[in-house]
Design a binder for this molecule. Structure first.
Ligand SMILES: Nc1ncnc2c1ncn2[C@@H]1O[C@H](COP(=O)(O)OP(=O)(O)OP(=O)(O)O)[C@@H](O)[C@H]1O
Length: 248
């Protein structure tokens, strides 16, 4: 099962990816894919070393430029064994980083998005794959979610997140993709407003504003799943073959 974690900048995508991965890994192996070209914290939240960037598999940016437009990046299915030199692992969790922007004038993130999409389309892995996407909606434009089974939008208490939720609902319904929201960082007052504005049957869970998460994130420490994440993971594991479809 492939799960894309999406949302505007800073809503808690990496935080929730890490906690959800830990929780789901009690059920099956998990592959966490860092598809965000700028953020360098996800592996820390998982307590895993960062491995070699997967973009090197196709010869880096230079290799990507040499590919013909119509050329498929992968001719066959890709197993974890095929890409093992790029993976790091701890307990039941594998970690893969697609690529990062390292330098001024290096170029856009298109190769990273294209590689991620092709990898997901060809991935042969029986566990849970969780993709921490870059902030914003560009990944939809690139078709990264093409092969994802579930899209989880992280919503924080901002108007921008609510607008984002409308757009995601519209795109997912047109694509026939299963989508849910997780509300993050809300307090009692803002939660009431969010619950009023979002489709209730699409809310997977609510993670309240949590000072311990703030402290651990600031220190770059490993995160342990909060109770609400355990409940969300339980919902996913017990519905993994039949996650209810959106009302199209
Ligand atoms: N439940 C929470 N309560 C309070 N603060 C939180 C919570 N979840 C996340 N945060 C704070 O939000 C910050 C940003 O989280 P995170 O890096 O996961 O966001 P992101 O959406 O992945 O960001 P980016 O868009 O930059 O990739 C964290 O460093 C943490 O301080």
């Amino acid at each position: 099962m492939k799960i894309a974690i999406i949302g505007k900048g800073g809503v808690g995508k990496s935080t929730i990816t890490a906690m959800l991965a830990k929780s789901l890994s009690k059920d099956k192996e998990v592959l966490v894919i860092d598809g965000d070209e700028s953020n360098l914290t996800l592996n820390k939240f998982l307590g895993i070393e960062r491995g070699k960037e997967f973009i090197n598999y196709i010869g880096g940016r230079e290799g990507f430029k040499k590919l013909k437009r119509s050329e498929k990046l992968f001719k066959n299915k890709i197993s974890l064994n095929d890409i093992k030199e790029y993976l790091t692992k701890k307990d039941n969790i594998y970690f893969l980083t697609i690529g990062k922007i390292h330098d001024f004038g290096e170029g856009c993130a298109c190769p990273i998005g294209a590689l991620l999409k092709e990898l997901l389309n060809n991935l042969d892995f029986d566990g849970y794959t969780i993709i921490d996407t870059e902030a914003g909606l560009e990944h939809f434009g690139r078709g990264v979610e093409e092969s994802c089974d579930l899209i989880i939008l992280i919503v924080d208490p901002t108007l921008e997140s609510l607008n984002f939720a409308e757009k995601v609902k519209d795109i997912c319904q047109r694509l026939g993709k299963n989508y849910y929201f997780i509300i993050n960082k809300a307090d009692d007052e803002t939660l009431k407003i969010l619950l009023d504005r979002l489709d209730k049957d699409k809310i997977l869970g609510v993670i309240k504003e949590n000072r311990e998460i703030v402290r651990k994130c600031l220190l770059g420490e490993e995160l342990e799943p909060v109770e609400e994440i355990e409940k969300i993971a339980h919902f996913i594991t017990s519905n993994s073959k039949t996650i209810p479809s959106p009302n199209l």
